[in-house]
Design a protein around this ligand. Structure first.
Ligand SMILES: Cc1cc2nc3c(=O)[nH]c(=O)nc-3n(C[C@H](O)[C@H](O)[C@H](O)COP(=O)(O)OP(=O)(O)OC[C@H]3O[C@@H](n4cnc5c(N)ncnc54)[C@H](O)[C@@H]3O)c2cc1C
Length: 674
């Protein structure tokens, strides 16, 4: 059997080692365009020490690599003139050049045929051809692998420096052009990698698009002179680039298979690309051995094994890239919260796991949020919202949908404000709405959005029915709008008589007010006019905390995008809304939902930090650690936990958030300044 590997990076070389080791009868060649000692970039970091799979696959290589590793356990975050240090992490790094040398040496010892200076331009005629030729793979272009290459994150440039950092160091520096940041880490006893990153607008504003390699080096050296303590930056093809996020629908076709960056990339900010590439090599070699060198069966196994693991890492890497893309939105956060947000950005570290790694760090965060020296975790920090004091972040009682009028009910079982009575204890948030085109339905236990035989007339922003079986609504005219507005005002007055603490106006999920916001259900230009009139009218009679439940995106290609939703949230904030209850989709029945653990958290994070308004979030949050992490990081202010099977949406339910916890006494809002 002959295997040709195109590309002599970590993936290709390591596969060659493992194949020759598994079966010395296999002929293995590696075709690499560069010379053996040419490499671009500086050091690569492995973000977890768990390289156990490498040890089991080939102890000699594992030993050679780990013997060379620089190791450290600290992360330093330099922000607003402070250095925040978090301990207990596990990093190791190696010069890329050294890594390749070690792999080449081991290849030679195992009689791999290494052919350098070979630019592969036609596919070799071997039994198996491996595309280990990087993110811009040549092999990949020979078949339809369903490849997508999308730019991810910011502009970045990779330098080296002879300052040896003693921690994984993030630097954030405000400039007149925008925010620049650095990822720096040591990779041997003399050198560190120094990656500079900034949004494209800042890059252009600073004129970096017009500078050559040396000029941009000088720019960065000057900007980060303090952090470099007078040391130099070194270049090695250090050009400003966009990180390419590579995904492939399939990873093999016939005798061709993709490996490492050719198959998938993971944004450099989580330091996983090399590890993923080498784990691919292990999985492919093991599949070939297991399948008795039956290429077809082995490639199926390989893809099945690696696909889900890679998908998880890519999702975390994308979260991390997105964090750095929008990091300037977080610069209102105080240093402890900013640093915690950074550490938890990819979802792989939580409050609970950090409390084990670095209890001092979480203690400092908790006491900053709770307002005294010794404090319980973030969800126990009280919150003041327009005169209403939440004793903690989860124990309020959110009512079911309560209709402002009989015609505004969803089903005959939906309570109207005249019938509804609050829960006997706890802080009550009353959700008020008008069902609009989603009214006059049978109970949801029978089926969602199924109309009653003899319902009542429906109204909406347009004559678009909600679902395939829904009735056609009448378009709400000006007189109808005045009536609806009045019914919301009347309901607010009734809520005041009932002693309710917080009112929540329903602008989500395609109900009446939500139907006005979306281009899918409202052809008018000024889609905010009527919902804002209702907000203003309620604000005039309701002095306490006013929340709005908002579908931040329609999750539909022709509907409101997240950016549109953020603009709507901003307008609501300007009209005196105190809290956004973040929702998504359901504006129309055929949206493209994405439901997963914490599926609304990223939306809440954007609304809260871009609009700078407190938010309430739910979305399959099942543990107290979820709430601690979200609140601690400033991604939301209040959480709804799914601690029991949730009742059907929009059916009467009392109360939805039932964890009753004792509160604290400080008055910290948690949004922004201490
Ligand atoms: C700025 C930056 C920082 C990074 N930092 C880290 C980090 O800290 N930690 C980490 O784990 N990962 C990091 N990565 C990612 C890491 O570099 C890659 O994930 C890893 O190198 C992938 O290995 P590979 O063998 O699949 O591809 P590559 O390393 O890209 O190797 C592909 C090889 O194929 C060769 N080749 C391509 N086309 C041809 C052809 N037609 N003929 C012959 N040869 C060809 C190339 O010359 C190259 O040597 C970083 C990436 C970037 C961009």
């Amino acid at each position: 059997m002959k295997v040709s590997i195109v590309g002599g990076g970590p993936a290709g070389l390591y596969l060659a080692i493992l194949l020759r080791k598994a079966n010395p009868g296999t002929e293995v060649e590696v075709l690499e365009r560069n010379a053996p000692d040419a490499t671009f970039g500086f050091g690569v970091v492995f973000s977890e020490e768990t390289l156990g799979s490498l040890r089991d696959a080939d102890p000699e290589t594992h030993l050679a690599i780990t013997d060379t590793f620089v190791r450290w356990n600290r992360v330093d975050i330099r922000y607003r003139g402070q250095v925040l240090r978090s301990r207990g992490h596990s990093f190791s790094a190696i010069a890329r050049k050294r890594l390749l040398e070690l792999l080449q040496e081991r290849c030679r010892a195992l009689d791999v045929e290494l052919r350098f200076g070979v630019e592969v331009e036609t596919l070799p005629e071997s039994d198996l051809v491996v595309g280990a030729d990087g993110a811009n793979s040549f092999v990949r272009r020979h078949r339809d692998f369903g490849t997508k290459v999308e730019p991810e994150g910011c502009k970045y440039v990779w330098f080296g420096t002879d300052l040896v950092f003693d921690a994984f160091t993030f630097v954030f520096r405000e400039t007149e052009h925008g925010l620049f940041n650095v990822h720096a880490y040591p990779y041997d006893e003399h050198m560190s990698t120094f990656i500079v990153e900034c949004p494209e607008e800042a890059w252009r504003a600073a004129g970096l698009d017009a500078l050559d390699e040396d000029e941009s080096r000088a720019f960065c050296e000057h900007l980060f002179a303090n952090d470099l303590r007078g040391r130099e930056l070194f270049t090695n093809r250090s050009l400003w680039l966009d990180f390419p996020k590579v995904t492939n629908r399939i990873w093999h076709d016939g005798r061709l298979v993709l490996l490492g960056d050719a198959a998938h990339t993971a944004h450099f900010s989580i330091g996983s690309g090399t590890k993923l590439a080498m784990e691919d090599s292990i999985a492919l070699a093991q599949a070939l051995v297991r399948r008795g060198w039956n290429v077809e069966a082995a490639l199926v196994d390989y893809e099945l094994e690696r696909g889900p693991a890679v998908e998880r890492t890519q999702a975390a890497a994308s979260e991390s890239a997105a964090f750095f893309g929008r990091v300037s939105a977080y610069t209102h956060l105080e240093p402890p919260q900013f640093a915690f947000n950074l550490l938890t950005r990819s979802g792989r570290i939580t409050h609970a796991s950090l409390a084990i790694r670095d209890p001092d760090f979480t203690r400092a965060l908790d006491s900053w949020l709770g307002g005294s020296d010794v404090c319980p975790p973030p969800l126990f920090a009280p919150l003041e919202l327009n005169g209403v004091r939440f004793p903690d972040r989860v124990s309020f009682a959110l009512s079911s949908f309560v209709a402002v009028s009989v015609e505004g009910r969803i089903t005959p079982q939906t309570p109207t404000i005249d019938e509804w009575t609050p829960a006997p204890h706890g802080l009550v948030v009353l959700q008020l709405g008008h069902a609009g085109a989603r009214g006059a339905c049978r109970p949801q236990a029978v089926g969602v959005d199924l109309p009653l035989r003899d319902g009542w007339p429906l109204v909406s922003a347009s004559a678009v029915p909600y679902g395939p079986f829904s009735g056609v609504p009448d378009v709400l005219d000006e007189a109808g709008m005045a009536d609806v507005r009045e019914s919301f005002v009347r309901a607010a007055k009734r809520a005041a008589e009932l002693g309710i603490a917080v009112l929540e106006l329903d602008l989500a999920h395609g109900y009446l007010l939500g139907s006005f916001l979306s281009p899918l259900t409202n052809p008018e230009k000024d889609r905010l006019r009527f919902p804002l009139e209702v907000v203003d009218a309620m604000r005039a009679v309701w002095p306490r905390a006013l929340a709005v439940r908002l579908s931040v995106t329609d999750r539909h290609p022709r509907g409101n995008s997240v950016d549109d939703g953020i603009a709507i949230a901003r307008a609501l904030s300007e009209h005196g809304v105190d809290l956004i209850h973040v929702e998504a989709g359901q504006t129309v029945h055929d949206d493209r939902p994405e439901y997963g653990r914490g599926f609304l958290t990223a939306l809440s994070d954007r609304v809260r930090n871009e609009v700078r308004i407190p938010t309430l979030v739910r979305g399959h949050l099942t543990t107290l650690d979820d709430a601690n992490t979200i609140v601690g990081a400033g991604r939301a202010d209040l959480c709804i936990l799914d601690l029991r099977p949730s009742p059907l949406e929009s059916e009467p339910r009392e109360p939805s958030n039932t964890v009753l916890l004792s509160g604290q006494t400080s008055k910290k809002s948690g949004l922004g300044a201490k």
